[in-house]
Design a protein around this ligand. Structure first.
Ligand code: XBP
Ligand code: MG
Length: 252
């Protein structure tokens, strides 16, 4: 029986990557005097690497960009990433990033029905609270029993660590939970912890294969707004509600 919904953040709660994280990385690069600039396309390729610090390191290793050689590369990346987080938080506070369709509606319904909620993400903790504050108000931070984020576990998605950590915090078995994710990395991570997954895809993840997901939808949908079911059970009401999530978990 479904007891808790576990939400991924980036690409799932909101389309944060292209017009949020990417812009903030570029602002941090410019501020540091680097001529690096991640285009929409390059950023799409870099998304295969989760975690901002890990993404910067991967960029340095594979694209070999010019930059002043550093005695301590880890410290250099950490300071660039800290600046990036500050830029990202500013973008959020300016209202640059809305929630995806159906997110607020589903959260409201889940809370009304006593379903437990958690956030399970690779991003930095401040980015999660910043997004929640900017979109749902500061009080929404308390709607989530667990906010599992960033470096809290040794290995980021696609490793299952962050989901295993969340299950332990919630003290729930994997089968009592449903993860909502937008990417292969997220699906692999949840499945490694044994948690069933619903996918709401987006422009960056459209070509992912989502192997093992129970269903793949365009988004959570809203009454009167069309959604597409790419795979799995079609939402009977035309949008994702708690009854649909329960049916998905029962079918697992
Ligand atoms: C998103 C990520 C993160 C963000 C950047 O993962 O991979 O790296 O792009 O965040 P998820 P940081 O979809 O699991 O939330 O720069 O704070 O790491
Ligand atoms: Mg995601």
């Amino acid at each position: 029986m479904l007891k808790a919904i576990l939400f991924d953040v980036d690409g799932t709660l909101a389309e944060t990557e292209r017009d949020g994280h990417r812009i903030a990385f570029n602002q941090a690069f410019t501020e540091a005097g680097l001529d690096w600039s991640w285009s929409v396309e390059v950023y799409g390729a870099l998304l295969a690497i989760t975690g901002g610090k890990e993404r910067i390191r991967h960029f340095i290793d594979t694209y070999n960009p010019a930059y002043p050689s550093q005695a301590d590369e880890a410290a250099f990346i950490a300071s660039l990433h800290k600046a990036k987080t500050a830029h990202y938080l500013r973008l959020l506070a300016n209202g640059a990033i809305p929630l995806r369709p159906g997110v607020r509606r589903l959260l409201d319904e889940a809370r009304a029905q006593g379903l437990r909620l958690a956030i399970v993400t690779t991003t930095t903790p401040e980015n999660v609270t910043g997004l929640l504050e900017a979109t749902l108000g500061a009080e929404s931070i308390d709607w989530f029993e667990v906010i599992a984020a960033g470096d809290i576990v040794p290995n980021k998605k696609p490793a299952g660590d962050i989901y295993v950590y969340t299950l332990a915090q919630l003290q729930l078995p994997a089968e009592a939970c449903l993860a909502i994710e937008d990417s292969d990395n997220g699906v692999i991570s949840a499945l490694e912890a044994g948690i069933p997954v619903l996918v709401t895809e987006n422009a960056y993840t459209r070509d992912d294969n989502f192997n093992g997901a129970l269903a793949v939808l365009s988004d959570l949908g809203e009454p009167g707004r069309e959604i597409h079911t790419h795979f799995g059970q079609v939402p009977a009401n035309g949008f994702v509600d708690c009854a649909y999530l329960r049916a998905l978990v029962r079918s697992n």
